[in-house]
Design a protein around this ligand. Structure first.
Ligand SMILES: [Zn+2]
Length: 171
C-alpha cells in the first residue's frame, strides 16, 4: 500500500556535512570573484555570478555534477576573455614597434587572420603558443634569431622588420 511521505522526509532534506572541515554545512552562495583552477590557469577568477553550495564554516565549494557544467561554462568564458585581453596587450606592444599582425602570425606559425579571431574571443591560442607570444613580445629580435637555425624564413621576417625600423627602439 502507498504511503504519503511527510515533507520533512524528502531525500534532499538530508544535511550534508563538509568533508573539508567536518563542521560546516553547505549553503547556496554566489561565488563570483572566487578563483578556480582552469586549464593552464591555477587560479582563474570567476567574473560572473553563480550559486554553488559553499560550506558556511570553511568556504569549501562542494563539487557536484549538477553544477559542474555551469561552472565550466562560466570559467571558459572568463578564460577566453582573459586570454583575448592579454593577447591584445602583447600584440599591441609588437604593432607599436612596427610589426604587422601578419608578421606575428608568420613568426608564430599561425594561419593568416588567426590573431584577429583570438582578439575577438572567437579562437583560443594553445597555452604553448600563448607562451611563445609572451617571449616574442618581450624579446622580438632574439626570438626571431633563435628560430632562424630551424626556420630560415624567420631571417626574411627579421630583415623586413629591420627595414621598417621595428627594432629601432631595442637598439
Ligand atoms: Zn567546511
Amino acid at each position: 500500500m502507498m504511503t504519503r511521505r511527510s515533507p520533512d522526509l524528502r531525500p534532499d532534506a538530508v544535511v550534508l556535512r563538509c568533508a573539508a572541515c567536518g563542521d560546516g554545512q553547505f549553503q547556496e552562495t554566489n561565488v563570483e570573484g572566487r578563483a578556480f583552477p582552469y586549464r593552464d590557469e591555477r587560479a582563474l577568477t570567476l567574473t560572473q555570478a553563480l550559486l554553488l553550495p559553499v560550506c558556511t564554516v570553511c568556504g569549501e565549494v562542494r563539487e557536484s555534477a549538477q553544477h559542474a557544467a555551469s561552472l565550466d561554462r562560466l570559467l571558459h568564458a572568463a578564460y577566453v576573455a582573459r586570454r583575448a585581453a592579454q593577447t591584445h596587450e602583447l600584440v599591441a606592444q609588437l604593432t607599436a614597434a612596427g610589426w604587422r599582425q601578419v608578421d606575428i602570425e608568420q613568426t608564430m606559425a599561425l594561419s593568416a587572420g588567426y590573431l584577429s579571431k583570438v582578439l575577438r574571443g572567437e579562437k583560443l591560442l594553445a597555452p604553448s603558443t600563448f607562451r611563445h607570444l609572451i617571449h616574442l613580445a618581450l624579446h622580438p629580435r632574439e626570438a626571431l634569431r633563435d628560430l632562424a637555425p630551424f626556420f630560415p624564413q624567420s631571417r626574411d621576417i627579421e630583415s623586413t622588420l629591420e627595414r621598417r625600423g621595428a627594432f629601432a627602439a631595442s637598439r
